[in-house]
Design a protein around this ligand. Structure first.
Ligand SMILES: [Fe+2]
Ligand SMILES: [Fe+2]
Length: 374
């Protein structure tokens, strides 16, 4: 809005009814006799107070110590897909029985313990990377994973709400299996909440190398899972979703490998021993979806497993590609052995995983310190 000075009256008149009084007019800046002298200014400068907080995002720098991470980050700027543009309209919900809808929705609720927590988990890791002044490439790679995980979370939400509106918990199941699914989901979220409580503390406790080793296990698990779901699912929209999510998870795996290639050779023996323990913890947590939930972490009622097995059978009958128990065991074993061959040459011992016949070190398990996630 333009305002004009009105000559001698000293008042400012605008096109609106507002006026500015003379005493409110600010004086022009003071004029100096000479230009400021930088030498003199420097002599009189005051140092800013030191930032002494243990965790503070200031001051910033943009150093890159692992260029490979930056390259992968660049390639992730356009993930090449969007959950909103998947062919959801091809999902014929009406052609599925109520139990088939409940069962597929149930699997996505199970997945959401791992994948829908992804945005919060990686956002927290990203903030932590700022606070501990990690190189720019690490901050950016956490940002990129957070972005991807938001897409994966969106797929969980879209599938659940299409199949069970207001799901997974805000609707009344009409069948016995539906009621069992609901009870199972409440137990799954009880365990997810326990994971989150531990993760928030764990993420501040470990150096980046250990965090990345833990995330590595999660990415090995997720890329394996989505590859098998993609191969075995015949429902087009889910097949397409799994293909895209699997590709994202493969990229997350590349992030972890690129960083660990630099960090693993420099780790102390104590740090390597912590990685071994974290692998055991990761196996126990991730088995909740890759295999079946071990009791060491998962607090579940006796009805949980029989109900889940029934739900899996029904989901399979609709063309949803959950592997059977034996296939899952083999799949999980192959993935874990792959991880073992990556880390062992760097002197990281692998934990014993007798559940899937993998030999190694016997290590303690602490449910309060689980880090890995998809
Ligand atoms: Fe991931
Ligand atoms: Fe994910």
């Amino acid at each position: 809005m333009s305002k004009k000075l009105n000559g001698n009256s000293g008042a400012v008149v605008g096109s609106s009814s507002s006026t500015i009084k003379e005493e409110n007019i600010v004086n022009a800046p003071e004029k100096f006799d000479a230009m400021p002298n930088p030498e003199e200014l420097l002599l009189n400068k005051e140092d800013a107070p030191a930032i002494t907080d243990r965790l503070n995002i200031f001051p910033f720098d943009w150093r890159v110590e692992t260029p490979r991470l930056m390259e992968i980050y660049d390639s992730s700027r356009d993930p090449g897909w969007s959950p909103a543009q998947l062919p959801w309209d091809t999902l014929d919900v009406e052609s599925l029985t109520l139990d088939q809808r409940y069962a597929i929705s149930y699997w996505f609720a199970l997945l959401s313990v791992f994948d829908a927590s992804g945005p919060a988990v990686f956002a927290r890791a990203m903030i932590h990377a700022y606070e501990t002044h990690e190189e720019d490439a690490i901050r950016k790679c956490f940002f990129s994973v957070t972005r991807d995980e938001m897409n994966h979370e969106e797929v969980c939400g879209k599938a659940i709400t299409l199949l069970t509106p207001n799901g997974p918990l805000g609707y009344e199941p009409e069948t016995l299996l539906g009621k069992l699914a609901r009870n199972n989901i409440e137990w799954l979220y009880h365990n997810g909440a326990r994971y989150w409580r531990g993760y928030k503390k764990a993420v501040e406790m470990y150096p980046m190398g250990i965090l990345f080793s833990s995330f590595l296990f999660g990415e090995v698990a997720s890329s394996t899972l989505f590859h098998s779901m993609y191969q075995n699912t015949t429902i087009p929209v889910f097949k397409e979703a799994f293909r895209n999510i699997g590709r994202d998870e493969g990229r997350h795996l590349s992030f972890c490998l690129a960083l660990l290639k630099e960090v693993l050779p420099r780790m102390t023996q104590e740090e390597k021993d912590t990685v071994t323990k974290q692998f055991r913890a990761g196996f126990i947590f991730l088995s909740g979806i890759l295999y079946e939930p071990p009791e060491e972490f998962w607090q579940l009622p006796k009805t949980f497993l029989p109900a889940q097995r029934m739900l899996e059978d029904v989901a399979r009958s609709a063309g949803f590609g959950i592997l059977d128990l034996e296939e899952r065991r083999e799949n999980w074993r192959t993935a874990v052995v792959r991880l073992k061959t990556i880390v062992e040459p760097h002197g990281v011992k692998f934990p014993a995983l007798p559940e899937i016949d993998v030999e190694g070190e016997d290590v303690a398990f602490d449910a309060e310190k689980i880090v890995p996630i998809f």
